[in-house]
Unconditional design. Structure first.
Length: 387
């Protein structure tokens, strides 16, 4: 199999089928586990932007703008440009007031407020993990929901729901797995069954395919290690690989916050994993919007596509300018400065010299393909408006 667990040889798959169909085997392991999944933490800005994109198809910038309205104008949520998902313990004492404010502001969540167990205390309340700002949560202020726009209602609903999850029990499920061996081959059967929805009761119902519903209702038999089995049938699934899906607002934000996934050097990967990735909570939305404004990116439905100008720009620049490695190098040096292992001048001098070298390298590059592209796009937009 390849690194993604796919069998690339059709002949090998056919041999396996021939060897096991109609042949006896035995159970080599059977286990049942009860598992719990605690509620997700309250939102940071990026995690809120990701969910807002998935649920309401809002861009990162639009979500930030709505958050600013809820914070500055309506005073319904706390400071939105936060990269923290934890809360100071002192805020726990305000939970009753905040919960009642949610019920008054959002009629759709009033029932969820009534069912919340405000005596519960999730791991979100942790002074040690709160920095300059804490997670984004509702305030103790309430306003009639007819004073809010639909986007404001949607974002407030997300923030309030995530806060209320902290007062719901864990999601509980049972996991049953049977490992069988036939002709030296290992076959694994798994089944999950929900015991208690817990905090997941606050999530909107998801569409389940008929096949998934049937599979989830099919419980595995009660067997033990050593019990005999027979392979009565088998089939080979032939599939074709497809290119990676294009980014959406949600997946692009997720990639920027988890940029280490796109780096191969283990040292650089470690640095980026320990930092916030590309940009900050306050700048990521602006970075994405600027790429649209400069016509390096365009949207087709939910998908984000690169334009011809964007492709030419990336292909014209030195490679080290379009990979995240340089960001990681700067992050590690800035950390060294904060820990007094490096002086400011030691960071700035190579940076200045490197910048001059990059500018010289870029000036030697061929940007002829980019000339006039912006003007063409502007003319095209004007022509569309006239029509």
């Amino acid at each position: 199999m390849d690194e993604e667990g796919r069998v690339l040889s059709r002949k090998l798959a056919e041999v396996v089928l021939q060897k096991v169909i109609g042949h006896p085997g035995k159970v080599i392991a059977a286990k049942r586990d009860k598992k719990k999944q605690p509620a997700p933490l309250p939102y940071s800005l990026s995690s809120l932007q990701i969910d807002a994109s998935k649920r309401f198809n809002l861009s990162a910038q639009k979500t930030l703008d709505v958050c600013q309205q809820l914070y500055e104008r309506h005073k319904l949520i706390t400071y939105p440009r936060s990269d923290c998902r934890y809360l100071p313990k002192g805020h726990y004492g305000e939970r009753h007031t905040v919960a009642q404010s949610i019920a008054k502001t959002s009629a759709t969540l009033s029932d969820s407020v009534q069912k919340a167990d405000l005596d519960l205390k999730s791991k979100a309340w942790n002074d040690a993990k709160v920095g300059a700002h804490h997670a984004i949560i509702p305030t103790s202020r309430a306003v009639p929901d007819d004073r809010l726009s639909q986007d404001e209602k949607n974002i407030y609903g997300l923030v309030a729901r995530q806060y209320l999850m902290q007062f719901y029990p864990a999601f509980e499920y049972a996991e049953h797995q049977i490992d069988s061996e036939v002709e030296g081959g290992l076959f694994v059967a798994k089944h999950k069954a929900v015991i208690s929805n817990g905090w997941k009761a606050l999530l909107p119902p998801q569409k389940t395919s008929k096949q998934d519903a049937e599979l989830s209702s099919m419980a595995l038999p009660n067997v033990k290690s050593g019990d005999p089995v027979t392979c009565i049938d088998g089939k080979m699934d032939e599939k074709q690989t497809s290119p990676p899906k294009r980014f959406t607002d949600a997946t692009l934000l997720s990639a920027m916050t988890g940029i280490a996934r796109y780096v191969s050097d283990p040292e650089i990967k470690k640095v980026l994993r320990d930092t916030d990735g590309l940009g900050t909570e306050a700048t990521r939305a602006g970075i994405i919007e600027l790429l649209f404004k400069r016509q390096f990116l365009t949207k087709k439905g939910k998908e984000i596509h690169s334009t011809e100008a964007g492709k030419h720009l990336v292909n014209s620049l030195p490679k080290r300018m379009v990979v995240p490695d340089m960001t990681a190098h700067w992050e590690s040096q800035l950390e060294a400065i904060s820990e007094k292992r490096m002086r400011y001048g030691q960071f700035m001098q190579p940076l200045t010299d490197g910048l001059k070298a990059l500018i010289a390298e870029v000036e030697r590059g061929d940007f002829s393909a980019l000339r006039g592209m912006g003007k063409k796009a502007v003319r095209k937009r004007r022509a569309v408006r006239k029509k």
